[in-house]
Design a protein around this ligand. Structure first.
Ligand code: NAP
Length: 339
């Protein structure tokens, strides 16, 4: 049996990376170890690398999304067995990060990979879905009808604005909101080239975030032209667009769910702000079923791969240049690497 595994270690803040052989981790109680087939790159990875965000010590292993094959299961695991094809959210601690050959994660981070998607597509899903779900269910208390054992009562707004609809989190949020609020007016912002696509995902109407008439256009698209009841901000766009809160209806409830991005935002008095993190979703009622619910949605065709998946190469060495490309900016694109 192979006793070592390979990690793609970030040696220090800003890099470089090194491929290092380490003892292979074994899964503990309720843990699963996964041999990586594909990983997705996320803004958090380059923020950790270049700003040291959430990094306690170097060298470290990055990576919060991936898909692969179950290598071994710990005590208490009945749902998975060696050889299963799975996808998973990965963790902040080194043994649970995805930029390595074999990683160990808690069972509830994992789900069986639907047969109708590739490892690369599966790797592109978890953190954006969890964060969008958290912004909706934890931040705005809107129930998720597809989540087994989840809360079934809560607000049912008639109108909501998703800022950053073409981001991975935003495109996930549009789909989840459409499932949760079948007849609501769901408005979103992005560059114009993505409008038709975002409307196909479930947005009622998309708007160019740079339009000089953005605020009045959004308001006029809401029921009775009163404005939206809630805003979900996937990309901290309120930091650069201070008047975006003018789209909120004076009748309330003026809820603002802000995905934590590290960019400071200023929220006017009277607006109820909820800063959210993807992993909070696991702490909500039904939280243990978050990932298996995603797999079911994808299997049934009720949830699409939110943004196009672009493969930037094969092998760990493709990750570093991929993170550079991500940091330089992407548009409705999730970068992935085949391991
Ligand atoms: N706290 C957490 O748990 C958590 C988890 C995941 C992500 N995040 C954070 O959430 C943010 C989004 O992550 P992501 O992976 O979804 O990002 P992403 O897909 O890489 O975001 C790129 C997209 O953002 C859009 N965008 C940027 N500024 C915009 C603005 N002012 N208005 C409208 N659209 C705008 C761009 O749209 P166009 O190209 O159409 O202009 C582009 O498609 C990142 O800051 C990330 O670090 C936090």
């Amino acid at each position: 049996m192979q006793l070592t595994t390979t990690q793609y270690q970030a040696i220090g803040k800003g890099g470089p990376f090194a491929v290092v052989s380490v003892p292979k981790p074994t899964p503990g109680h309720n843990e699963v170890s996964i041999r990586m087939e594909a990983v997705a790159l996320n803004p958090l990875d380059w923020k950790k690398l270049y700003f040291g965000a959430m990094v306690e010590s170097w060298p470290t292993v990055l990576g919060i999304d991936g898909a692969g094959i179950v290598e071994a299961v710990g005590e208490g695991i009945t749902r998975y067995k060696t050889g299963d094809e799975v996808f998973s959210l990965f963790g902040h601690e080194t043994k649970a990060a995805s930029f390595q050959e074999v990683a160990v994660v808690p069972e509830h981070y994992v789900a069986k990979k639907p047969g109708n998607i590739s490892f690369e597509e599966a790797a592109s899903l978890p953190i954006c879905y969890c964060t969008a779900g958290s912004a909706i269910y934890y931040g705005l208390q809107i129930p998720l009808p597809f989540l087994p054992d989840g809360t079934t009562s809560g607000p049912q707004p008639k109108s909501i604005l998703v800022l950053g609809g073409s981001s991975g989190v935003g495109a996930s949020a549009i789909q989840i909101l459409r499932l949760a609020l079948p007849s609501a007016t769901i408005l979103t912002t992005s560059s114009s080239k993505h409008h038709v696509y975002l409307e196909s995902l479930g947005a009622t109407q998309a708007f160019d975030q740079k339009s000089p008439s953005l605020i009045e256009d959004i308001k006029s698209a809401t029921p009775e032209g009163k404005g939206v009841e809630m805003i979900l901000d996937a990309v901290a766009s309120s930091a650069s667009q201070k008047d975006i809160f003018d789209t909120l209806s004076a009748d309330g409830p003026k809820e603002y769910s802000e995905v934590f991005t590290g960019t400071p935002t200023l929220v006017p008095d009277g607006v109820k702000r909820h800063v959210v993190y993807g992993r909070k979703l696991f702490e909500t009622p039904g939280g243990q079923n978050v990932m298996t619910a995603l797999a079911d949605l994808v299997r049934k065709g009720d949830y699409k791969i939110p943004i196009q998946v672009k493969n930037v190469g094969s092998g760990f060495e493709a990750i570093g240049p991929g993170l550079e490309e991500l940091k330089a900016g992407v548009s409705a694109t999730k970068l992935v690497v085949t391991i």
